[in-house]
Design a protein around this ligand. Structure first.
Ligand code: 0GY
Length: 290
């Protein structure tokens, strides 16, 4: 394990908030176990193992019905742990893979069969080496016929540079963690509003209103992040997703309690209708359409 790596919370509270039937935790990971699914040689960190059994137990404890499991950078382009978890979960999980431009039609078919419905493009420099944009374009060409989408992860300061490329993608694009908004600057801040404009102008863009624990300056209960997530849920009720981000890789300041994270949902989506969209209808459109 990376020396200062924080393991996930050992006993999260039972949330006071009860998610609606069919609710989806749309951003979480499985790590290893390393003995069966070794971490990638090119990884930038070594996490603690976080198995499919532990993920599914957390899903049940928090009151969710389903997961979207996102391939994390520590497993590189080897999606075996992800596919194994998806096959175990059956209809209760879908996945996001990481692939290279040489992926074959047959490999994509096998992934689709297991429940993969998209590919993640990671632009966060502390997590991955630079990938030529041309590789991403080739991947999009290969997956768009499958009805898949792209998940993008970038730091707020990189949006301006990435924007022309992102808007050129002829496919649904989901931005992780509210584009990593700088919550110390307020909702009116130019950089955040730039991100909002992207969603306003491009109906193929969605965002995850996730990761208050990464964006906060104040710490739990994340009062400084809630207005940003609430704002996005209000503005784009049918293009937002929510996820725990369990097991919270690379958290340095603290490890969140997943039950307390779940209790934030009614603060960012105050009406039952908004919660139904955020947790059930929206993820169903992207992940359970076929
Ligand atoms: C997240 C966030 C992080 C890590 C990864 O792929 C990854 O390794 O996504 C992070 O370190 O911010 O979404 O899990």
């Amino acid at each position: 394990m990376t020396p200062d790596y924080l393991p996930f919370h050992p006993n999260p509270k039972k949330p006071d908030y009860v998610p609606p039937a069919g609710a989806v935790d749309a951003h979480c990971h499985v790590f290893g176990p390393a003995a069966k699914f070794p971490y990638a040689p090119e990884r930038k960190y070594t996490p603690c193992d976080a198995s499919k059994e532990q993920l599914f137990a957390l899903r049940d404890h928090l009151g969710f019905s389903r997961n979207v499991i996102v391939q994390a950078s520590c497993h590189g382009k080897n999606n075996d742990a992800l596919l194994d978890a998806l096959r175990t979960a059956g209809d209760r999980a879908r996945g996001i893979a990481v692939v290279g431009p040489d992926i074959t039609e047959k490999e994509l078919e096998v992934m689709h069969e297991a429940g993969v419905r998209g590919v993640r493009f990671n632009f966060v420099k502390r997590l991955v080496d630079d990938t030529p944009k041309e590789h991403f374009v080739r991947i999009v060409d290969k997956i768009k016929g499958l009805g898949w989408h792209i998940i993008v992860y970038f730091e707020a300061q990189d949006l301006e540079e990435l924007k022309p490329f992102l808007i050129s993608l002829p496919i649904t694009v989901v931005v992780d963690h509210m584009g990593r908004a700088d919550v110390s600057k307020g909702i009116g801040d130019g950089a955040f509003q730039n991100f909002v404009s992207l969603l306003k102008e491009r109906e193929n863009f969605w965002t995850k209103v996730s990761c208050p624990e990464r964006l906060t300056k104040d710490g739990p209960p994340y009062g400084d992040v809630i207005p940003f997530a609430h704002y996005l849920v209000e503005q784009f009720p049918d293009r937002v997703l929510w996820g725990t981000d369990w097991p919270h890789p690379n958290m340095k300041s603290h490890m969140p309690d997943d039950g307390a994270l779940t209790d934030i949902i009614p603060l960012i989506a105050p009406t039952e209708a908004a919660q139904e969209l955020l947790l059930v209808k929206n993820p169903e459109r992207l992940y359970w359409a076929d």
